[in-house]
Design a protein around this ligand. Structure first.
Ligand SMILES: C[S@@+](CC[C@H](N)C(=O)[O-])C[C@H]1O[C@@H](n2cnc3c(N)ncnc32)[C@H](O)[C@@H]1O
Length: 152
């Protein structure tokens, strides 16, 4: 049983490093879609991912188009603070692809428009907060998935 964490054009190396660590800890696969806002050799990515990076199941894609071409038969869910359904409504299943947007502007408008029926939000309870940190958002979703899939 594995879930797939997909980062669309990640910009901040510390976030991707932390999410890499989380992917390994949760038994998830990591998919990174270019362009990135950093080099994969960035020491900040390594530091945040600690020594675990080499154990990670990670795939890198040159573009979102390449990603969809390869995974055209998969089931996707998307995450945005603009979603209308809560992440608690997702029926997680093995090999589900969980797609998160970039730190500055999130998912592209074209993705949001095309996949609005599969767009979920993590509820926020303050009018002063517009969104969560990317790595925090991935953590919340992935452990809800593991809870539903009854991982020991
Ligand atoms: C820092 S946020 C992007 C902020 C951007 N201004 C926006 O409104 O989408 C980076 C990514 O984290 C995820 N995220 C952050 N907060 C979220 C929330 N409350 N619900 C769902 N996803 C969230 C989304 O995938 C988002 O694209």
């Amino acid at each position: 049983m594995a879930l797939n964490i997909v980062l669309f054009e990640p910009e901040i190396p510390n976030n991707t490093g932390n999410i890499g660590r989380l992917a390994l800890a949760s038994g998830s696969k990591l998919h990174l879609i270019k362009p990135f806002g950093f080099e994969l050799s960035d020491s900040r990515l390594k530091r945040a991912g600690l020594d675990y990076w080499q154990h990670l199941d990670v795939t890198i894609y040159e573009s979102i188009d390449v990603f969809f071409k390869i995974h055209n038969d998969k089931t996707f869910v998307f995450f945005s603070s603009h979603g209308h359904k809560s992440h608690w409504e997702i029926a997680f299943k093995d090999n589900l692809f969980l797609i998160f947007g970039k730190e500055s502007v999130g998912l592209s408008k074209s993705l949001i428009d095309k996949y609005k029926e599969q767009l979920y939000k993590i509820p926020l309870y303050s009018e002063h907060i517009r969104s969560l940190n990317l790595a925090n958002a991935v953590s919340i979703v992935i452990y809800e998935g593991l809870r539903q899939l009854k991982q020991p």
